[in-house]
Design a protein around this ligand. Sequence first.
Ligand code: ADP
Ligand code: MG
Length: 348
Amino acid sequence: MIEDKNQQRTDLGNLGEFGLIEHLTKNFNINQKSTIRGIGDDAAVLDFKDKQVVLTTDLLVEGVHFDLSYAPLKHLGYKSVMVNLSDVYAMNAKATQITVSIAVSNRFPLEALEELYEGIQTAAKIYGVDVVGGDTTSSSTGLLISITALGEVTKNEVVYRKGAMPNDLLVVSGDLGGAYMGLQVLEREKEVYKVNPTNQPDLSMYTYMIERQLKPEARKDIVKLLKDLDVKPTSLIDISDGLSSEILHICKQSKVGCDLYESKIPLDPQVISACEEFKIDSTTVALNGGEDYELLMTISQKDYPKIKANPNLTVIGFITEESAGKHLVTRADTKIELKAQGWKSFND
Ligand code: ADP
Ligand code: MG
């Protein structure tokens, strides 16, 4: 479909590696104080003074992590940045720089990479991070994107997965399951398109979910909100794989148990109706769907008054002693062991 979208096709071979790098990165500006030298030398130079530095990296592979038949390259660039920034925010840190490495086959014209970089640049601009380097190489088949993000945090502000204590509240930002249901819609439309390419589907009732899948937002705003509310979570993680898997990470690292209340899991109305349409249990989707890039945290009971009226934060359960186990409390008030793959398989 790349061929359809780009009228003009400039062969990458015409530019050469250095010409390509220069072309793609010429509009990147430096805004962070900690960036001494960005793109253009053998290495970037950064100065974080007395701050601790957080560093995280992700690798996205065509056909495994994304499908270019429905993920526009601009969105893919944006999402690749979000995936990384989300990990920085999950340390309660401020994201400051990224590097972008790509491996690309010659089936991509320059215009496709321009689109990808447009998304990367938009994300960097909105989230205030500097693009300070990367690497560019060829690939014999598909597209690979690896982004590394750096951030800064004071020793007092950093939050790990390991600090949850019994009686702490389990709290999540935003709502869950949207990205997974967006993917279901896109997969279905892809099959329809294969049979009938002229069909113009009306996807207006799915826009929220499709956007959650194709163009997620990392929750920089939640890190700020917590600071403004003067709440330091006792543990923090981002939801990339699904709620249950992330809760289990916190429990394992903190050596605690938990009670998660099914009835408290925040779901968007669009997600609820899509689950009905697709005949999938919405709790299963929230528990196992993944890619929502919300933040999951534990908060001390004493901070409850500060967060209770906030529409961005939902209390979904609480932390227990490790010996009590890890449970989902269902709407019918029965306790089911919380598993990484949820309590029901997707194929039921
Ligand atoms: P080297 O040969 O030392 O690896 P390169 O020619 O690959 O240097 O890179 C030159 C500069 O451009 C470096 O600052 C590098 O970090 C940056 N760079 C290379 N590829 C990319 C890319 N895809 N995105 C952003 N910056 C890049
Ligand atoms: Mg290089």
